[in-house]
Write a protein that binds this ligand. Structure first.
Ligand code: NAP
Length: 515
């Protein structure tokens, strides 16, 4: 009998109710766990977090919270092998697990060490200097940041069941807010395991972490301005949450990280013999195949000089032919399956939409060989490369295929690239592959207003580059418009989402001692 996932509420594991739906192994279709339709009462869960978790966290200083996170990161590292084993069932290869599991624990550790080094041993943060407001020097103002008094509700996507939770939990915990986590259904069993290990550690004060393994019904209705709502997922769900009467009506602080049509640009200076050509091709293949392309930051649109279009197409097709698609547990597998059959149907539908305006130059969305697995029972799909030579086509700038899918878009002049990239409506990550600093500068200036993060890649920084798709805890993750309009990570600035910034006016002597 497969386990039915439980929720963690009131510091105990509780059973849910209603019909439990099967959550399947991405590669074999076997049932891994079952997810109940309903969990413990979300209103009571939020109440416990606010009444017990919030005060317990606010009684600790930033330094004390950082010490707990540091110990927690070490504790989770001790369990990394157990997480990796279960991660395989989500379709993750060893490389994919490194991004999700080790990447998540690493994010926790970075937050712990940055907070220990950069935050005071205090409970309130000063934001900026004391600003004189009177000629006589007796009256001034200063901004302070104090934790909000409610619960930090975190709704996550299926593709990063570990990283997605920890990158939100860490700044909320440091800021002084208890987390209420709702993982996405398909991979909730991995989030549940990590939360079990976090709570068993005994390191977390009571009420500071709750987990809802069930549908989201009832989670939003009681939110107030002292709570926060952080969301990662599709743009369609982001819109529903943003306009929810409780969220909009009570001005609940809301952050969204949604899908985006990220781009990479190959500079016009690059020839087929330059190292940048190979870097570009390698990067596209990496972004298509890591997590089988189920990364919100993956390259969906590749802008290439028209003169190099055939050379890039051939080089990419040649590289993609060598990608071994197979069971994620096999050491020779380059790319595992999608998270589930439902996701594969969505990818196939999106590819059909793209193919209406672009030519498929590699891969068949309906056929793939899978090493060590049945390609039909598992959610396997071939890498799909498309090419669209029509600059007026709309589909590549509008349709996100959340899988191993990219479209090549030849351009003739650098001046068209920024405008074409902007047709994506706002993206999380972009990259520029060029050895020419002037090309890089022109594109950074043109792309920055529409992007959360930009990578300039060339022979000088490639060896140490963290790559196009990897969100770093030190840097902003988020993007304008379609990408959700939010900001996460970006170092300790991420704490601000969980704190209220208040201007305090008074005598400068009093203000100086505030934080
Ligand atoms: P999704 O369908 O929007 O679901 C995301 C989360 O929202 C899930 O936990 C889901 O719960 C929950 N949800 C759905 N409807 C809800 C509602 N009415 N009220 C409250 N919660 C609700 O997205 P997905 O399919 O899991 O994730 C794939 C998408 O996420 C892709 O488009 C990808 O680009 C995007 N993504 C973005 C980022 C980023 O950082 N920007 C990262 C990863 C993924 P259930 O699972 O229970 O339905």
């Amino acid at each position: 009998m497969t386990p039915v996932l439980r929720s963690y509420s009131h510091d105990t594991w509780q059973e849910g109710g209603g019909p439990a739906r099967p959550l399947r192994d991405a590669a074999t279709g076997e049932v891994v766990a079952r997810l109940p339709a309903t969990g413990p009462d979300p209103a009571a869960m939020l109440d416990h977090a606010r009444r017990v978790g919030g005060p317990a966290l606010r009684a600790l200083t930033f330094t004390q919270r950082a010490a707990i996170l540091k110990a927690l990161a070490r504790h989770l590292s001790d369990h990394a092998a157990e997480f990796a084993e279960l991660s395989t069932r989500t379709g993750a290869t060893r490389r994919d697990t490194a991004v999700d599991v080790q990447g998540g624990i690493g994010t926790l550790a970075v937050y712990a060490s940055k907070a220990a080094a950069e935050l005071p041993d205090a409970v309130v943060l000063a934001d900026g200097p004391v600003e004189p407001l009177g000629r006589g020097g007796t009256f001034a103002g200063r901004h302070v940041l104090a934790p909000r008094l409610g619960a930090a509700v975190q709704i996550n996507a299926f593709n990063f069941p570990v990283w997605g939770m920890l990158e939100k939990f860490a700044p909320a915990f440091l800021a002084g807010m208890p987390s209420v986590v709702k993982p996405a259904g398909p991979t909730a069993y991995l989030t549940e395991l990590v939360v079990r290990r976090m709570t068993e550690s005994g390191m977390l004060p009571e009420g500071t972490l709750s987990l809802l393994c069930a549908g989201p019904a009832g989670l939003l209705e009681g939110l107030t301005a002292q709570d926060t709502l952080s969301f990662t997922g599709s743009a369609a769900t982001a819109l529903k949450l943003r306009t929810h009467p409780a969220v909009a009506g009570r001005a609940v602080p809301f952050n969204a990280e949604a899908d985006s049509l990220n781009c990479s640009v190959l500079g016009p200076d690059v020839t087929a013999d330059d190292p940048e050509f190979t870097l570009f091709v390698d990067q596209i293949v990496t972004e298509m195949t890591v997590k089988a392309g189920q990364k919100c930051t993956a390259i969906r649109r590749a802008f290439i000089p028209a003169a190099l279009a055939d050379a890039v197409t051939e080089a990419l097709a040649e590289r993609l032919r060598r990608v071994v698609v197979g069971h994620p547990g096999r050491p020779d597998t380059d790319m595992g399956p999608l998270a589930g059959l439902e996701q594969r149907e969505e990818v196939r539908a999106a590819v059909a939409g793209l193919a209406a305006e672009a030519k498929t130059v590699f891969g068949d969305p309906l056929r793939v060989d899978a090493a060590g697995a049945d390609p039909e029972r598992g959610a396997f799909v071939s890498p799909i490369l498309l090419r669209c030579d029509d600059p007026s086509a709309a589909a590549p700038h509008e349709i996100e295929a959340f899988g191993p899918v990219s479209t090549l878009l030849p351009y003739t002049g650098l001046d068209e690239v920024a405008a074409a990239a902007a047709r994506g409506g706002g993206s999380l990550a972009g990259s520029i592959v060029t050895a020419d600093a002037q090309v890089a500068r022109t594109l950074v200036d043109g792309l920055a207003p529409w992007h959360g993060r930009l990578l300039v890649l060339n022979r000088d920084d490639a060896a140490e580059s963290t790559g196009h798709g990897v969100a770093m805890p030190q840097l902003v993750h988020g993007g304008p418009g379609r990408a959700g309009g939010g900001e996460e990570l970006g170092g300790l600035r991420a704490l601000h989402h969980y704190m209220r910034r208040t201007a305090v006016q008074g005598h400068p002597g009093f203000l100086a001692g505030l934080a």
